[in-house]
Design a protein around this ligand. Structure first.
Ligand code: FHN
Length: 597
């Protein structure tokens, strides 16, 4: 590799120093690394207000739409990944561009669908890992204007439609991975170019990736640059992308996948962090199971799941970026249109409890979630209390008024204090919306809440002790948060030390009887393992049941406990026997369900 490039890749010479052609007549430098918190807050303000956005993965991969020469799908992600999954040579993949003619594309319609779903911004793939640019690019002729019969720039049309309908527009760009190029790295195209030692990554960055990002920023003035898969980028290369964007679009928000610890917000994908993430975060998720259009993927999330995901994420202080994969004709799949419409109906009534809110102060709510604005709490009731009494645990503030958000007349609901730190709101007999009925509480002063979990005794509640809130004493045992692979179960694993144990403290308002379930995964090696669960004074010794694997989770009832109240109690899980070479089990949660009298 040229010495100069070696210095650049070693991060010793910043990329931009060596690219006079790319940076000619540059505007004054904005050093994104020296921004004050107040400046950052001002830049992030609209994004924190918006809370809900549309992700779109659209490219020439929508032509095969998940099928290739009858090949059996060996892995998932065949939509936009089909070139890599089917190891399609560039010379066979490129001709897809000649078949890509989305004559039904209508930017105004796409923006209208997003806006009516309650979304306030959108992010679309300008270039995914297949290397095809969905925008007018001089840096590469492999783009929608030059290489397809369509011959138009849909990004330009979207930018105008978004401006017309007051919705912010962002662009996804994979700045390291590119299966069309011999010099790209990351998860590279090893089927056309197997010898990685011959790849000149700096050349790829200099000749395609950086120039295209600059084209996108100058041509469309994005509100967000959504980078992806930053592997193989050095810190100085990530900094170069960040500086390039903010130099030309100073207010542009950049996600954390610009790489190397940079960027404005975290991007957990396909799962909701149980305790949220400190700082700004955005959960991105598919509406079915693919990002790019896959004609055979009919696993659509129903509106109820989308709405409750949105509420759950926003209750933790995050944004929800929900993905649709448009077809090669340039339209959204009809199922997606229907789901977005239904979500929009809920948002029309309840958007006030989402937009501009911050994380709710009430956690561990067995009946739903909470979001917050100054002087107001929004109670998102998923499970309507059978006796009509909604217990609001831990709330010490004076409640001035309460009403269903959907009630324009704001007819007050009866509010009474159950204790010095628990409030009860008397609800109507039936929910306004079975998915999520929002109750507004006007409170005096800043939220003052006892964070300790309150176990509720009325039948119908499931009091879930998630491991993310446990007090873990662990030398080997440790918490594993959700990840792309697990997606559904966070857990305490690597529990090989019999001295490791965990506990929760909780409150009760009165005496109650509860069935106790433990949710865990257990490998065959765990077959002789034992643990003891204690609740208050009661002990429940239990043998571990093999579930097939540490991440194959099942619920097992370990007993029924009388718990006195009011009072504070402790629940513990301690190993009793751990077979050599095994972990006790991988624990996900303990659930106390009131026994119907
Ligand atoms: O591999 C990509 C995938 O195709 C998709 O673009 C997602 C969206 O966040 N990002 C990568 C997987 O993390």
């Amino acid at each position: 590799m040229h010495r100069h490039n070696a210095l650049v890749c070693a991060g010793l010479v910043p990329m931009w120093v060596c690219l006079p052609s790319v940076l000619a007549a540059e505007p004054p430098a904005v050093d994104p690394l020296k921004e004050s918190p107040a400046q950052r807050d001002a830049r992030m303000a609209w994004w924190r207000e918006a809370r809900f956005g549309l992700f779109m993965h659209w490219g020439i991969y929508a032509v095969p739409a998940g099928e290739w020469k009858g090949l059996e799908k060996t892995k998932d992600l065949w939509g936009e990944w089909i070139m890599q999954r089917a190891r399609i040579p560039v010379k066979e993949y490129e001709p897809l561009a000649k078949q890509f003619n989305p004559v039904r594309f209508n930017a105004d319609e796409w923006v209208r669908l997003a806006r009516e779903a309650g979304m306030r911004y959108m992010v679309i793939t300008a270039k995914h890992c297949d290397g095809f640019a969905m925008f007018a690019s001089k840096a590469s002729k492999y783009n929608i204007v030059d290489a397809t019969p369509f011959g138009r720039d849909p990004m330009k049309e979207l930018a105008k439609a978004c401006a017309d309908q007051q919705i912010k527009l962002g662009f996804y760009y994979s700045h390291s991975w590119d299966w069309h190029e011999p010099d790209a790295l990351g998860l590279d195209n090893s089927w056309d170019w197997p010898d990685r030692t011959k790849k000149d990554f700096a050349k790829y960055l200099r000749e395609k990736s950086l120039p295209q990002v600059k084209e996108i920023v100058l041509q469309y003035r994005p509100a967000i640059m959504w980078f992806d898969v930053p592997s193989d980028l050095t810190r100085s290369q990530s900094e170069e992308f960040l500086r390039l964007v903010r130099r030309h679009q100073p207010d542009c928000i950049v996600n954390d996948r610009v790489g190397n610890g940079l960027g404005d917000y975290a991007t957990p994908e396909q799962f909701i962090p149980p305790q949220g993430i400190r700082g700004d975060f955005e959960v991105c998720m598919t509406l079915n199971e693919h990002w790019g259009y896959d004609k055979n993927d009919h696993h659509w999330k129903p509106p109820s799941t989308v709405i409750r995901n949105l509420v759950d994420i926003v209750s933790k202080g995050g944004n929800y970026l929900l993905n649709v994969g448009p077809t090669a004709e340039g339209v959204f799949p009809p199922q997606a249109v229907r789901i977005l419409h239904d979500v929009g109906q809920w948002m029309k009534t309840n958007g006030e409890s989402i937009y501009g809110t911050t994380a709710g102060p009430l956690r561990h709510l067995p009946w739903g979630r909470s979001t917050s604005k100054p002087g107001k709490l929004y109670l998102h009731v998923f499970d309507w209390p059978s006796d009509g009494g909604l217990i609001i645990p831990g709330l010490k503030n004076k409640v001035q008024r309460a009403w269903p958000l959907a009630d324009a007349a704001r007819k007050p609901l009866d509010v009474s204090r159950q204790s010095d730190q628990d409030v009860v709101v008397r609800l109507p007999a039936h929910p306004v919306d079975p998915i999520d009925t929002v109750i507004v509480l006007e409170i005096e002063g800043a939220p003052d809440v006892n964070p300790m979990m309150l176990v509720l005794a009325p039948p119908g509640y499931k009091n879930t002790f998630g491991v993310s809130t446990a007090n873990l004493r662990g030398r080997t045992a440790k918490y594993y948060g959700l990840s792309l692979e697990q997606r559904r179960y966070d857990r305490i694993g690597s529990w090989t030390n019999p001295e490791d144990w965990l506990s929760w403290e909780f409150r009760t308002l009165g005496p109650g009887t509860y069935d106790i379930e433990v949710i865990y995964g257990a490998d065959p090696a765990c077959k002789d393992n034992e643990f003891v669960l204690t609740v208050g004074e009661r002990e429940f010794p239990s043998k571990v049941t093999v579930t097939g694997g540490y991440q194959t989770f099942q619920a097992f009832k370990v007993g029924t406990a009388e718990i006195p109240g009011p009072g504070v109690h402790t629940l513990t899980v301690k190993p009793k026997a751990i077979a050599p070479g095994s972990g006790l089990m991988d624990l996900h949660a303990v659930v106390l369900t009131p026994v119907k009298k």
